[in-house]
Structure formats: C-alpha cells, structure tokens
Ligand binder design. Structure first.
Ligand SMILES: [Zn+2]
Length: 85
C-alpha cells in the first residue's frame, strides 16, 4: 500500500483500510487489526476525538493492559479479528 496520509480515524474508513492498533508500551508492542467502520461508529457514539494524535489514547492493550496505542493503516486484505473495545 502506498503512502497515504491519515489524520483521523475517518480516513481509514474513507480509504477502505483496516486499522492496525499497536500497543504503546515499549516492551509489549502487541498488534491487533480492526475494521475501521465499527471503530468510527464507536468513536461517534462516545464523542471521542478521532484525531490520530489523540485517538490511540482511548485504547487499552488486551495483553499488558497499557493504555495508549499507535494507530496505523493496514491493508484491507489482512483479516480483522476482535471487535473494537
Ligand atoms: Zn501491550
């Protein structure tokens, strides 16, 4: 996938991409691929800021329980697993 600038969660959905959520803890870096659409819906429902500089802070790692993650664009052919938090 080429370089696409994404500034908010909406951009993932707009580009038909999945969201790669990577744990922000330096010793964990656990990764999960999520579908963009349910995440966008969740953020709308809870009125969370979907700006990517902030959006990651809403995530909590399922493995180490660290709060805060990096969100990156993931190719849509990667199968998503796990529903959003
Ligand atoms: Zn973690």
């Amino acid at each position: 996938m080429g370089r696409v600038v994404v500034k908010s969660l909406w951009d993932f959905q707009r580009h038909g991409a999945h969201v790669r959520v990577r744990c922000g803890h330096y010793r964990c870096r656990h990764e999960t691929i999520m579908r963009a659409a349910p995440l966008v819906r969740l953020f709308m429902e809870r009125r969370w800021n979907a700006d990517l500089t902030i959006a990651g802070s809403w995530f909590r790692c399922e493995r180490c329980n660290h709060r805060g993650a990096r969100l990156e664009m993931a190719s849509p052919h990667l199968a998503p697993h796990l529903p959003p938090p």
